[in-house]
Design a binder for this molecule. Structure first.
Ligand code: PHE
Length: 368
């Protein structure tokens, strides 16, 4: 193609040169007039200025290099002018830019929203755990943890559930299989509450103790809207000289106000736990109706939220086996335990406990 477009010159006189150069100039202008997009512009650049096969290169070899020595100068001058013309045409065409259609095809719409990156968020259970922990941290409590696979001794016996005692039936227990040859107190189970960490803490630390223990617990319960076989608790333990039930009431009343708002009232209802005496269930005034009575509080105006009580002397006697300072004649204390899911469901108005574990982004992203 190119060979045909740039014929060899047969004469190198002024007229012949003028005519030959005028023809290619004309061609260049024609080519440039048709440029209407970036691809065409690039094709034009390659066709005319391409290093190996460009037309100017062809003209240089066929006309300039082939010229007899007396014609080199006029050919060279004309070649220079032609080259400048081609470069100017290219410049001007890129100046006017590609056509509207070409522009539209390549345009970036800066009014479109950017690609949003999902930032992580605390799971509502983790968030509630942290909130509860920090309320007590502000009261001088430290944070402790214990194993989720626990022995019968820590989960039950040391918490004053003697072997065979019917109180054990209140916590349907998932036990690890194939342990029949072990003594009962060494058999492993999935802890049914965080209370065993009370004993683990006292065994390693003499009084005074103020500790808060968040963690996962397991019970052989069927799942329904408000129950799950795996859930979370926060345990609290405070032991010192002269700790009274008033301290327990004041501490939990403050904690409930910190968690649910200062308008919340608390009341303590007689209850039973093997490891506390006396024991109480703490109720808060219904946060949905303010205590007037509604569907959520079954028209009672109160919602039951946690268990608590004064540490039973029997528990201290187990602790005193390793730490003699836990002498129930000299010290006293209180303990409490609360369900994290229940508190999170109240705080965030969640009616299905299963939402916490389903991993559904539509649910979870509401907490980001
Ligand atoms: N461990 C009890 C439960 O799981 C709660 C509790 C803790 C009660 C501490 C009193 C004191 O039901």
């Amino acid at each position: 193609m190119m060979n045909e477009e740039i014929p060899n010159l047969t004469a190198f006189d002024q007229a012949a040169l003028d005519q030959a150069f005028a023809a290619v100039e004309h061609q260049a202008r024609n080519d440039a007039a048709a440029l209407d997009n970036v691809e065409a512009l690039e094709a034009f650049r390659l066709r005319w200025l391409g290093r190996k096969q460009g037309l100017l290169n062809e003209i240089s070899s066929r006309w300039l290099k082939a010229a007899p020595s007396e014609a080199k100068k006029p050919v060279g001058e004309r070649f220079k002018i032609l080259k400048e013309l081609v470069e100017r045409l290219l410049d001007e065409s890129s100046g006017t830019g590609p056509s509207d259609a070409a522009l539209a095809a390549e345009a970036i719409d800066i009014t479109l929203p950017g690609t949003r990156r999902l930032t992580g968020a605390e799971h509502p259970i983790t968030r509630t755990l942290n909130e509860i922990t920090s309320v007590f941290a502000a009261l001088g409590y430290s944070v402790g943890v214990g194993p989720e696979v626990e022995t019968d001794f820590y989960n039950f016996e040391s918490m004053n559930f003697p072997p065979g005692h019917p109180a054990r039936d209140t916590q349907d227990t998932l036990v690890i299989s194939n342990q029949d040859r072990r003594p009962l107190r060494d058999r492993l189970l999935l802890r049914t509450h965080t209370s065993p960490v009370q004993m683990r803490t006292m065994e390693t630390q003499p009084p005074p103790v103020r500790i808060i223990i968040p963690g996962k617990v397991h019970r052989n319960d069927a799942q329904d809207a408000t129950h799950s076989p795996i859930f979370h608790q926060v345990e609290g333990l405070c032991v010192d000289t002269n700790i009274t039930f008033s301290d327990l009431k004041g501490t939990l009343d403050h904690a409930m106000k910190a968690l649910f708002g200062s308008a919340v009232k608390t009341r303590f209802f007689p209850s039973f736990f093997p490891f506390t005496e006396p024991s109480a269930d703490v109720q808060i005034s219904c946060i949905f109706c303010g205590g007037k009575g509604c569907r959520k509080c079954k028209d009672s105006g109160w919602i039951e939220l946690l268990g608590c009580g004064m540490v039973d002397p029997a528990v201290f006697r187990f602790a005193a086996e390793k730490q003699p300072a836990y002498d129930p004649k000299k010290i006293s204390g209180f303990a409490f335990g609360m369900g994290v899911e229940r508190i999170a469901m109240m705080k965030y108005g969640i009616s299905e406990i299963g939402q916490f574990y389903a991993g559904d982004m539509r649910f979870l992203s509401q907490f980001s």
